[in-house]
Design a protein around this ligand. Structure first.
Ligand code: HEC
Length: 107
């Protein structure tokens, strides 16, 4: 009976993290780190810090290469190519970037 307490998803190393954020992290580490920092709260080699980005911003910028109406971009360049194939990963990216923003708040 004691064994029943074993964590069933321990094999993915995710602990008690939100599975959506874990998926978003995979996408981030595969795609976004080419330009953004490995820690989304820091400025990357090419791209700005993006921890805490809203879903609206991510959808506009990542999928369409645009910004939401009224949003003031961190940079005036347009160096980031839109990546429309990531349209179904926006929720995951948002979850991961929200988590990254929270982690950053801890000293
Ligand atoms: C080819 C390099 C490159 C890649 C890959 C890249 N970005 Fe960017 N990103 C940039 C640059 C540079 C900017 C600054 C604006 C510009 O020049 O387009 C930016 C800006 C952004 C912004 C707007 C920040 C703000 O508040 O103004 C978001 C959000 C963003 N990136 C998210 C992502 C995500 C999520 C991914 C991965 C799916 C990603 N980027 C992949 C280079 C990149």
């Amino acid at each position: 009976m004691v064994g029943a307490l074993a964590c069933s998803d321990a094999d993915d190393g995710a602990g008690d993290r939100d599975p959506l954020a874990v998926r978003g992290e995979r996408v981030y580490l595969n795609v976004c780190v080419a330009c953004h920092h490995g820690d989304p709260a820091e400025v990357g080699s090419v791209g700005p810090a993006i921890a805490g980005s809203s879903r609206e911003l991510l959808e506009a910028k990542v999928v369409r290469g645009e910004y939401p109406p009224g949003y003031t971009p961190k940079r005036e360049t347009a160096a980031m190519p839109p990546q429309a194939y990531l349209a179904d990963q926006i929720d995951a990216l948002e979850a991961y970037l929200a988590e990254a923003a929270e982690t950053d708040a801890t000293p």
